[in-house]
Design a protein around this ligand. Structure first.
Ligand code: EAX
Length: 328
């Protein structure tokens, strides 16, 4: 009897360790809360993958793993296997990632899809590998717009001196300094800081302003659309490469489907998000003097953060891909 029990225990242990070895359980991190763009992608991915495999995906959300920068560090260490993370904070790890958020690069969603899903986007995903990230694709945060609680902003001059929270991204801090604001990098969320007036302003896509009820603490919205904000959907590179080929294919395919679903969700809800903001009492400038913003923002190209060979060649690649997409 004793032998039987210990035999069964050995089998159980073997099964358990085989399971752990194959990495059937996956931790996936997002900084945002349910109902957010990142979560829509993550939840769809989980649903698709679990329906077709014995993987179990646990989504850690609502900053339970810390900021996006901290989630990325955990993915690098493989204590978290996957993440749906805003592209901005990647630029600390991989400078080339900042080309996605280059100001006024993309003219609309059609260009975004052509470039990010084409060879330029694929090349960028490959460039993440030395930092231990396997890039699976780009889901969508959206075009970012400026909000503040000080005054209506119509031209770039109105930005002068605004204390603005920016993402923990090198580019964003430099950009807002160039535009004349006083930027402070901070992880997400930021409601309390806005409420307490530690900061006057922030910039994010419409869904963020609606979902996080920033209209309660920000009076003015300016539709600047100054940068496109993607998420980069990643896995720990070594973990991913250690999986059987069929699993790798399945994960890639499920993420592609989740991305398509999530982009559609984001885009088809824009009008509703805007209605929420207006109902919430925001004063919206939907035709700001964009030329004034573009003029000042153009100087980013001369900053040191765009001077490295790798970043420069990636930027050129993206600009050419956008031009080609525009021509179509
Ligand atoms: O996705 O930190 C940010 O501004 C992000 O855009 C936010 O987490 C929502």
């Amino acid at each position: 009897m004793r032998r039987l029990v210990s035999g069964m225990m050995a089998v159980a242990l073997l099964l358990w360790s085989a399971d752990a070895w194959c990495g059937r359980s996956v931790k996936l991190g997002v900084v945002t809360k349910p109902g957010s763009a990142q979560n829509v992608c993550a939840e769809k991915f989980k649903e698709l993958l679990e329906a077709q495999s014995d993987f179990e995906v646990t989504i850690y959300h609502s900053a339970s793993l810390g900021t996006e920068t901290q989630i990325l560090q955990q993915i690098q260490m493989n204590s978290v296997q996957m993440g749906v993370i805003t592209a901005g904070p990647f630029d600390v790890f991989v400078p080339e990632a900042r080309v996605i958020g280059y100001p006024f690069l993309f003219g609309g969603f059609a260009e975004v899809d052509r470039v990010l899903d084409g060879p330029a986007g694929e090349e960028l995903l490959r460039r993440l590998e030395p930092a231990h990230f396997k890039g699976l694709g780009f889901s969508e945060n959206g075009f970012r717009h400026l909000t503040n609680n000080k005054r209506p902003v119509h031209t770039v001059e109105d930005v002068s001196g605004l204390k603005i929270r920016v993402m923990e991204a090198v580019l964003d801090k430099e950009l807002w300094r160039l535009l004349g604001a006083n930027p402070t990098p901070m992880g997400w969320p930021i409601y309390t800081e806005l409420q307490q007036g530690t900061i006057d302003a922030q910039e994010n896509p419409l869904w963020v302003i609606a979902t996080y009820k920033l209209f309660e603490v920000q009076k003015y919205l300016t539709l600047t659309g100054h940068v496109y904000s993607a998420h980069i959907d990643v896995a720990n590179l070594e973990w991913f490469n250690g999986l059987p080929e069929a699993d790798r294919k399945l994960i890639e395919q499920c993420m592609k489907q989740a991305i398509a679903y999530q982009r559609q969700w984001n885009r088809s809800n824009e009008a509703e998000f805007m209605a929420t903001l207006k109902q919430g009492g925001m004063q919206v400038d939907d035709q700001p003097d964009l030329a004034s913003f573009q003029h000042k923002a153009a100087a980013v190209k001369d900053l040191e953060i765009f001077s490295g060979e790798a970043v420069q060649s990636m930027l050129k690649r993206f600009q050419e891909a956008v031009a080609a997409a525009r021509g179509k």
